[in-house]
Write a protein that binds this ligand. Structure first.
Ligand SMILES: [Zn+2]
Length: 107
């Protein structure tokens, strides 16, 4: 239990540093709009992760509800999905993009 507490404290610190770094970057007015949108999305995820650390629900996959491995959270403390679900999600998104493209081509 003590270990989890320490792990969460570290992730919290990591998330707060990441947030501060992104906010610093967003101050740059020359940042391309697409880039800015992505950073804003990331800020939302970070805020949510911090909230989850506060209420104790942090670190579970939104797809399969299993615990996300600590190693993954160390690299990406804002991760919402385990690697399996993330890959599936990206594959689905890609399939959808391809389908949209094909539909657009056909039209
Ligand atoms: Zn999962």
């Amino acid at each position: 239990m003590q270990k989890r507490k320490q792990f969460l404290a570290e992730r919290k610190c990591h998330l707060e540093n990441k947030r501060a770094a992104i906010e610093g970057r967003l101050a740059d007015k020359h940042m391309p709009e697409k880039h800015r949108q992505y950073k804003l999305e990331l800020l939302k995820k970070i805020a949510e992760a911090l909230l989850q650390i506060g209420n104790g629900s942090y670190g579970f996959c939104k797809g399969c509800n299993k615990e996300i491995p600590a190693k993954r959270l160390e690299l990406r403390p804002e991760a919402e999905f385990c690697v399996n679900c993330q890959e599936r999600k990206e594959r689905d998104a890609q399939t959808k993009n391809t389908e949209t493209r094909l539909i657009n081509l056909a039209a």
